[in-house]
Design a protein around this ligand. Structure first.
Ligand code: TRP
Ligand code: SF4
Length: 405
């Protein structure tokens, strides 16, 4: 049976422009994005303004980092025909929504975001006592709400930011979702559903609001989703009315936790630029070969005849990511019995990593040779993103009644 693809679900995620990516990014984030772009409407963007929150003193590398990172996204298989790829600073609506949201966000909400104190401790050499640094989780909220995202794929460290986003959305809806003629507009919208559906909707609402019946809420939401003749604005009113609130202008997104990537680096620690233990996504074959050949192994294996313990070896950690069960059994047995040396053990690993990287490297080469095409992808994506962003901002400004009619 074919499971229906929720094409109408929107996904938003961003990455700071750190330049060229490594295999840790690939296994931790990009593979996941590549899969999602087929099942959802995806917006993936480079968060270049976010880079300023910690690196305001020297932003000059950022444009190069942006391009290098997007080349890696494209090389990994993110496709501009399946996802909208864009640059935050080319969509000034992010700044506009950030500003508007900042007016309703209590300071204490930002002060208690765990990354605020953590990062200040971690990056002690930097002066992070700035307004921008305190506000960056709210900039992230604007990034997400601007596209009315249903889902935000993030790592564990970012979940608190999505939680903040939900709270800010709720507060916004609470303050600005109450139109003076809300009830009348709701009644008019209900009558557009047809008699049968209108009655069902009212019954479901009653069951949810009087008895807290979650099932009724879900059925009601599905019923609204399926309505074809109702405008987006009316639908938002009906969703709000169903839940007992005003109009929902900014829907609350869900964090979709990316499985913690256990991608080990060349020394067995987590792969990270700051540990200097990475394999670059576009590493040349001979460099890759050498990096793995010179990886440290179980120190007990001094001579070929010394048995080893894979659990004490970083090479084993990489085998666990790349090798099939048969190879894993072979590695484990022959290491413990000293049936072969470490170079033999590394051979199938080198082959597997090379095979994975080959198509990525080829695609990256194409884009490296045509940076104009890369820039075009970014600016076309940014234009498409702006259209969506503008619509949301129009809703936001209208809800705030900050415009003259
Ligand atoms: N703050 C995120 C990080 O440091 C990057 C980011 C910015 C982001 N805006 C976003 C992620 C919106 C998801 C959604 O990794
Ligand atoms: Fe590590 Fe393989 Fe050498 Fe064992 S044989 S120590 S698993 S590299």
């Amino acid at each position: 049976m074919n499971t229906p693809i929720p094409q109408n679900q929107r996904v938003v995620s961003g990455m700071r422009p750190t330049g060229k990516l490594h295999l840790g990014h690939y296994h931790g984030v990009l593979k996941n994005w590549v899969e999602m772009q087929l099942d959802y409407e995806c917006f993936f963007f480079v968060a270049d303004w976010h880079a300023l929150t910690t690196h305001y003193d020297d932003p000059s590398d950022t444009p190069t980092h942006v391009e290098d990172m997007v080349i890696d996204w494209l090389a990994a298989g993110i496709s501009p025909s399946s996802a909208t790829i864009f640059l935050q600073s080319e969509v000034p609506e992010h700044a506009e929504l950030h500003l508007l949201l900042s007016m309703i966000t209590p300071l204490s909400w930002l002060e208690r975001v765990p990354t605020y104190k953590d990062q200040q401790e971690k990056l002690r050499e930097k002066d992070l006592a700035t307004y921008g640094f305190l506000g960056y989780p709210l900039l992230q909220s604007a990034d997400i709400l601007l596209y009315k995202a249903d889902m935000v794929p993030v790592g564990e460290d970012q979940v608190a930011h999505v939680e903040l986003t939900r709270e800010v959305a709720r507060r916004f809806n609470h303050i600005y979702g109450r139109e003076p003629d809300f009830e009348e507009r709701v009644m008019a919208a209900i009558s557009k559903m047809g008699k049968k559906n209108a009655k069902l909707y009212k019954d479901l609402r009653k069951r949810y609001q009087e008895k807290g019946d979650e099932q009724a809420l879900e059925t009601g939401q599905a019923l609204l989703d399926a309505q074809q003749n109702i405008s987006v604005g009316d639908k938002e009113r009906l969703f709000g009315y169903l839940e007992g609130m005003g109009k929902i202008i900014l829907p609350e997104p869900e964090a979709k936790l990316t499985k913690a990537s256990k991608m080990p680096g060349l020394d067995g620690q987590k792969m990270s630029k700051s540990y200097g233990n990475t394999i670059g996504l576009r590493e040349e074959p001979d460099v890759l070969d050498k990096k793995i050949r010179t990886m440290p192994t179980d120190p007990a294996r001094v001579r070929l005849t010394d048995p080893g313990d894979p659990e004490k070896c970083p090479v084993w950690e990489l085998h666990k990511v790349y090798s099939d069960d048969k190879t894993l059994v072979w590695v484990n047995d022959s290491c413990r019995s000293a049936a072969h040396g470490c170079l033999d053990c590394k051979k199938p690993l080198i082959e597997a990593v090379q095979a994975e990287m080959e198509p990525i490297r080829m695609r990256a080469k194409q884009f490296e040779n045509d940076r104009t095409a890369v820039r075009a992808i970014i600016s076309e994506g940014s234009e498409a993103a702006r259209d969506v962003a503008r619509e949301t901002l129009d809703d936001v400004v209208e809800a705030m009644r900050f415009t003259k009619k």
